[in-house]
Design a protein around this ligand. Structure first.
Ligand code: UD1
Ligand code: MG
Length: 456
């Protein structure tokens, strides 16, 4: 294997996106397009990656961090000019250089590795990754000579009618002998419809030197998509969703309706888990085995243990223990840790709280900034009053405590183990273990009220 390097083109503004967000930062399944590209490039055995940045340079560098080195293209004079900006970093090296666009997020590490391998075996100075498109609109066309060899690439805007009909397109991905690439680049001109220095023009120049140029045709046009506008962005997202969901199915996950299920690339799901229609699983979420995630649930950056049931609920940045059940219509907000066999029922919100094993909050409660022990009953309508208008405070509830319905637990306050809070109480002082706290006006009955009323 030769010394493998890569140049990622990410300096364009992406005018066709009609967006204030730079094109390569538009997300596909939650990750910026250029990050998908860099992840795939990393899998192809490269020792060095240079990303060409320009529009939104700082933002792009912030996203990619030290995944890559960077070269700045101050003015966007075309893809050939962009590659030339890597000359200071790579120009003198021997080896094979992959050039790839930051707007082709579906290309896989396997395809790029195959491209490198084919190129290195063939002895060509350049190998273009091409695909056969049903609709080649917008792509550079691969023009072949009578003997079927690649002659050149023609951009759509420069193409003759016959060339426009060509179905074989340039994916914008190539591998080059590094020296041949930089030699040819210095001869590229901007004499074309867009007045740009086109990278594809190096193909003809390399051929003119008597060197071999070949093409590696990929089977799957969906993988080659170059995202220039929102229509293509939506297509890319659909393809990525399908790819991710298929991988989970192959790992033993059941989908109610995979077409409507959105799962981001880093999510992990155990086998025999069932994911229903409309579910969104985002970020660094891990879901165990034998779980049920009911329709339209959204889980973000959370860890869910085995045998958990989640019904139409939202969970963010939280940890859920084994055999716990949540929902329907519950909201578990950031920094919550639920133990095993916890029951969080409908219209219960939990935020920044610990909830011990087998504790139950069946209906209509707010548990915020609280530490709850094990086997506690939180009655319907209970509110942990955590905010006094200026600052937040925590409450602490001991194991096996019983909180009656419609109680207000005004933080900071402690309820001891096996403490009772009577329904409707507002608790502002600590409740000792095993005591009953009751704080509500005494009930008064007015006899014969019906009769009195009718005499008025
Ligand atoms: C390019 C190719 C086309 C190919 C298609 C595949 C050229 C001239 N055309 O067209 O043959 O079929 O990709 O998707 O190369 N960029 C810079 N600096 C610049 C210009 C562009 O860094 O000065 C970057 C962009 O950020 C983008 C990539 O290069 O990531 C490709 O540019 P784009 O404008 O999308 O080219 P296409 O028109 O798609
Ligand atoms: Mg493009």
């Amino acid at each position: 294997m030769s010394n493998r390097m890569a140049i990622v083109l990410a300096a364009g503004k992406g005018t066709r996106m009609k967006s204030s967000l730079y094109k390569v930062l538009h997300p596909v399944c939650g990750l910026p397009m250029v990050e998908h590209v860099i992840r795939s490039v990393k899998q192809s055995g490269v020792s060095q990656i240079v990303t060409i940045v320009g529009h939104g340079a700082e933002k792009v560098q912030e996203v990619l961090g030290d995944y890559s080195q960077y070269a700045l293209q101050e003015e966007q004079l075309g893809t050939g000019h962009a590659v030339l900006q890597a000359k200071d970093l790579l120009g003198t090296l021997d080896g094979t250089t992959l050039v790839i666009c930051g707007d082709t997020p579906l290309l896989t590490g396997e395809t790029l590795t195959e491209l490198f391998d084919t190129h290195e075996k063939s002895g060509a100075k350049a190998t273009i990754l091409t695909a056969i498109a049903d609709d080649s609109t917008g792509y550079g066309r691969i023009v072949r000579s009578a003997n079927d060899e690649v002659a050149k690439i023609v951009e759509q805007k420069d193409a003759q009618a016959a060339e426009l009909a060509i179905k074989e397109i340039n994916t914008g991905t190539y591998v080059f002998d590094n020296q041949a690439l930089f030699n040819a680049l210095s001869h590229v001109t901007n004499d074309n419809a867009q007045g740009e220095y086109y990278l594809p023009d190096v193909i003809e120049l390399i051929k003119a030197d008597g060197d071999v140029v070949s093409a590696h045709i990929m089977d799957d046009m969906d993988e080659a998509i170059g995202v220039n506008d929102r229509v293509a962005l939506s297509q890319a997202q659909r393809t990525m969703m399908r790819r991710i969901n298929l991988a989970h199915m192959r790992n033993g996950v059941t989908f109610g309706n995979a077409d409507s299920t959105y799962i981001e690339p880093d999510v992990v799901i155990g086998n025999d888990t069932v994911i229903e229609a409309g579910v969104h699983l985002k970020g660094q979420t891990i879901i165990g085995s034998n779980c049920f995630v009911g329709m339209n649930s959204e889980i973000v950056d959370s860890q869910i243990a085995d045998h958990v049931t989640i019904t139409q609920s939202v969970i963010e940045e939280s940890i859920i223990g084994e055999r716990t059940d949540i929902g329907p219509f519950a909201h578990i907000r950031p920094n919550s840790v639920l133990g095993k066999e916890v029951h969080i029922g409908n219209f219960v919100e939990v935020k920044n709280s610990r909830v011990g094993d087998e504790t139950k909050a069946g209906h209509l409660a707010y548990i915020g900034d609280a530490d709850l022990g094990k086997k506690i009953n939180v009655g319907c309508g209970t509110i942990f009053v955590n905010y006094n208008g200026k600052s937040k405070a925590r409450s602490n509830i001991g194991d096996q405590a019983f909180i009656g319905s419609n109680a207000n637990i005004v933080a900071p306050v402690n309820v001891g183990e096996k403490g009772f809070v009577a329904a409707g109480s507002t608790i502002i002082n600590d409740v000792p273990a095993e005591a009953l706290a009751i704080s509500r006006t005494e009930q008064k009955n007015v006899p014969n009220y019906w009769e009195k009323l009718s005499k008025k």
